[in-house]
Design a protein around this ligand. Structure first.
Ligand SMILES: NC(=O)c1cc2c(N)ncc(C(N)=O)c2s1
Length: 314
């Protein structure tokens, strides 16, 4: 009875967690989820041999680390070139057209204002999470990333791949954190990006777990088990594996549409529950990306439209 009971409850809780953290569509009230989680913890304590490796009870690991381990990225995490206005987006489009044989289709995606991270999975299991660092070498923050509910501990398929994404602190979590800090007369975080970075650079995962961080996966670092013809195909693939991707991504067929999309979000971003600092514009076809290649620092097939600095109302 105990194994069957643990299997059933683990399955139910993983489904509830997926709907709450990845789909942002809770199936049950938080209290009900917490009650079931506590019941599963008690069962796992009585029958540890039946505990699932990806049980939702295993998000907050053991003892705090005494330091961060350095991690060398197999595939470097590049930075993005910038475009500050419509003319510079048109220049980007011209360079792209000069570098490919056909006409480009662009993928436009919100540029999340957080911390770039890479997540490694072996045969479907989460094995390593690291910061970007200098692009070649980052820091192992697996213990903190495990606490983010939208990061799957086990994928829907037992594939080996590395994905890239932006960890962030939602605006509500940021306001709640700074309110608590103000009450304790502690120094406040200047913005959600700093708060997310500060939370993920903690040695004790209990602190990160308490910061209600989230993540959007936006790309693939390496995927030895599967090839893709387009970036959007890759985004659909990672979403079907269980990752959280941003729903505002759009495939656009002309730079005029890209400019309209970018200009729309200058004001619209105020309505989002998280901060963005621009729009990432990528050539969608992988063949075109390969034709365009990279400069020493950045892909030639992508750029970041940066929003104009917000007028500070004095
Ligand atoms: N430095 C980078 O390559 C990127 C940084 C970011 C970011 N902060 N948010 C979203 C995306 C995206 N959707 O591709 C990228 S890509």
């Amino acid at each position: 009875m105990s194994k069957k009971e643990i299997d059933e409850r683990t399955h139910i809780l993983k489904d509830y967690a997926y709907h709450y953290y990845v789909l942002d569509q809770p199936k049950v009230p938080d209290e009900e989820y917490d009650r079931l989680l506590r019941e599963l913890e008690e069962l796992e304590a009585r029958f540890p041999e039946h505990r699932h490796e990806d049980s939702p009870t295993g998000r907050i690991g053991g003892e705090p680390l005494d330091q961060f381990r350095k991690v060398r990225h197999d595939v470097p995490m590049m930075s993005l070139s910038n475009a500050f206005n419509a003319d510079e987006l048109r220049d980007f489009d011209r360079r792209v057209r000069d570098g490919i044989s056909g006409t480009p289709v662009y993928s436009c995606e919100l540029k999340i204002d957080g911390l770039a991270v890479t997540l490694k999975y072996e045969k479907g299991s989460f094995v390593l999470g690291a910061t970007r660092g200098d692009g070649q070498t980052g820091e192992d923050i697996t213990h903190n990333l495990r606490t983010i509910g939208s990061i799957p501990l086990k994928l829907k398929e037992p594939v080996t791949l590395e994905v890239r994404g932006e960890a962030f602190m939602p605006k509500k979590s940021f306001e709640r954190l700074n309110k608590a800090k103000a009450e304790r007369e502690e120094a406040l975080f200047a913005n959600p990006r700093n708060a997310a970075a500060g939370s993920l650079r903690q040695l004790d995962p209990k602190i990160a777990a308490d910061r209600h961080l989230d993540i959007f996966i936006y790309g693939i670092g390496s995927s030895p088990d599967k090839d893709f013809d387009s970036h959007h195909e890759a985004l659909n693939y990672v979403r079907n594996l269980g990752f959280k991707t941003n729903r505002e991504a759009a495939r656009l067929e002309s730079i005029d549409e890209v400019i309209d999309y970018c200009e729309k979000w200058v004001d619209k971003r105020a309505d989002l529950p998280y901060e963005i600092d621009g729009i990432v514009v990528k050539v969608d076809a992988i063949e075109d990306q390969q034709q365009l290649g990279f400069t020493a620092k950045s892909p030639r097939w992508a750029t970041a439209y940066k929003f104009p600095a917000e007028e500070v109302v004095t």
